[in-house]
Design a protein around this ligand. Structure first.
Ligand code: RP5
Length: 167
């Protein structure tokens, strides 16, 4: 069976677009991952089955992303003893504030590391997972350091429109 280091679960296929930055970072850093659509509310049985199989496949970190009354990350943290990173998504009338509170306000004893709402949170979830994995993987640590250097250079080399004058 394929070994995966990071498992990504989202509550709906409609979440995939917001999670694109997460996928890109995991792929760029060559972190083996798999992604599934499973919902704490709509598919609780299949979610539990999938979670049961993760530790046996080498999974070390779980990223769980959902919108609205987002219980997905919390349910994952309740069921498996892996670090769970939660990403609240901006679907529905409350634009992610509902998901942020549902994901972050966990009862003591069941930790979820909650990122910001939406695409920035999704990207950061993958980078946070990479930082944890890099603690015990020097090759990944080098790839991560190279990515940080590229990100730094991009900011420093960015040009403002001429109306702002030259520094
Ligand atoms: C949540 O409900 C999902 O994570 C999604 O963000 C939101 C809406 O889902 P769909 O109605 O688009 O399937 O459970």
């Amino acid at each position: 069976m394929k070994q995966i280091q990071v498992a990504v679960v989202m509550g709906s296929a409609s979440d995939a677009e917001t999670l694109e930055g997460c996928r890109e970072v995991l792929a760029e850093l060559k972190i083996p991952f798999e992604a599934r659509v499973l919902s704490a509310h709509r598919t609780p049985g299949p979610l539990e089955e999938w979670l049961d199989g993760l530790p046996g496949r080498g999974t070390r970190i779980l990223i769980a992303a959902a919108g609205m009354a987002a219980h997905l990350a919390g349910v994952c943290a309740a069921k498996v003893a892996l670090p769970v990173i939660g990403v609240p998504l901006p679907s529905g009338d409350l634009k992610g504030m509902d998901a942020l509170l549902s994901t972050a306000q966990m009862p003591g004893g069941v930790p979820v590391a909650t990122m910001g709402i939406g695409s920035a949170g999704a990207k950061n979830a993958a980078l946070f997972a990479a930082r944890i994995l890099a603690l015990s993987d020097p090759d990944l640590a080098s790839r991560l350091a190279a990515r940080r250097e590229r990100d730094t250079a991009r900011v420093l080399e960015a040009k403002l429109p001429p109306a702002w004058g030259t520094p």
